[in-house]
Design a protein around this ligand. Structure first.
Ligand SMILES: [Fe+2]
Length: 368
């Protein structure tokens, strides 16, 4: 399979993966379905930026998600229910906290059972349920960073809880501010900055939530150089969970499609985050983060510095910038595989110079 940006999708192409639909148990579209003009229009309507398509040249490229779709949907259903209870302003019940904590523990168990803990997929889904999907991804990414750091299972579950609930305080911020498409006024931003405090005030009477989780939620907008909020903490004075969730939060926000901008590619988001090492982020944790994200996810069409067009067929957490690729063009090299990380290969000076986007022409040879 191969990932094709929306602009290059054509009627007759075959979907290679289901397209999830928020928290619904049923996908928006299922693998095997042929694209039609109306389906492509549906993609546009749902802000879906592209899709995985079947291609005989990449028939062997299989993509496994870090969390199985059923578990992902179950977690979102659980999270929605928790948000509903929270928004009702009734006291938070120990039972609902226990339930959400055991769901996070299931996620940790599931992720720990994987042999390769690498996010290797472009998230393809509708964005109607951004808050829940974002919270889930921040949870998953935080757990993966924790695994890189060698945390115990119980700490991973706490960290996952912190990721899952980090933005719950936003439910107490007016929706017109949350959904505003333009820049917030200074007054609106001051109000927005209260969401970590608001969450901690509501959650701290719950004995099932540890003080470490509360401190993590409170500090997920702190910056390493002390310019964040709400307390302006710097360096290692920022609680560890807060420093980890900050990385996951920024990465997922940048790579998600929003109403006011397109989703960034994984590579662009990582480039930006590396530029913020030691100002926004803890550099050591950023190094761990870079081991869990494929800069060029499997099935991505890339342009090489020697002018070749190729598709990513294998990634390794050891070298996220130099995957193994299969050449698409020029035709005399079609099918040739190049391991960009292999120091013995004759293409060692070749690098990836770009990722297929709406502007890059994608050859028809891929779709036969
Ligand atoms: Fe936040």
């Amino acid at each position: 399979m191969i990932y094709i940006p929306l602009k290059h999708l054509r009627p007759g192409m075959t979907l290679a993966r289901d397209i999830a639909c928020g928290s619904s148990l049923f996908p928006l579209l299922v693998a095997g379905q042929k694209l039609s003009v109306s389906i492509i229009a549906k993609f546009e309507k749902n802000n879906i930026s592209g899709a995985y398509i079947e291609s005989s040249l990449c028939g062997d490229v299989e993509i496994e998600e870090i969390v199985a779709p059923e578990l992902r949907q179950k977690t979102i259903v659980e999270l929605k229910s928790f948000y509903r209870d929270y928004e009702s302003h009734a006291p938070i019940s120990p039972a609902s906290l226990k339930s959400i904590s055991s769901t996070v523990d299931n996620l940790v168990e599931h992720i720990l059972s994987k042999s390769e803990c690498l996010i290797n997929i472009i998230d393809v889904q509708d964005y109607d349920t951004y808050t829940y999907n974002h919270s889930l991804y921040v949870c998953i990414l935080s757990i993966l960073i924790g695994i890189q750091r060698g945390f115990s299972r119980s700490i991973l579950t706490e960290l996952g809880m912190c990721g899952l609930l980090h933005d719950i305080g936003k439910t107490d911020i007016p929706l017109e501010i949350i959904n505003k498409k333009s820049v917030l006024t200074p007054q609106e931003f001051e109000l927005m900055k209260t969401h970590p405090d608001k969450a901690v005030i509501r959650l701290s009477p719950c004995h099932q939530i540890s003080s470490s989780v509360l401190r993590g939620i409170l500090s997920h907008h702190e910056k390493f150089n002390g310019t964040g909020y709400p307390q302006g903490l710097s360096g290692e004075k920022i609680p560890l969970y807060g420093r980890i969730v900050a990385l996951a939060d920024v990465y997922d926000a940048l790579t998600s499609h929003r109403s006011y901008r397109k989703a960034w590619t994984s590579g662009d988001a990582i480039e930006y985050m590396m530029g913020c090492a030691d100002t926004h982020f803890d550099f050591e944790l950023l190094q761990s983060f870079l081991k869990i994200i494929a800069v060029y996810p499997l099935g991505t069409v890339v342009k090489l510095s020697n002018g070749f067009l190729a598709v990513v067929i294998q990634n390794s957490s050891q070298n996220i910038l130099r995957p193994k690729v299969r050449v698409l063009l020029p035709e005399e090299y079609t099918g040739t595989e190049i391991d960009l990380a292999d120091i013995g290969n004759t293409y060692l000076n070749v690098t990836i110079s770009g990722v297929a986007d709406d502007e890059m022409e994608i050859p028809e040879v891929l779709f036969v």
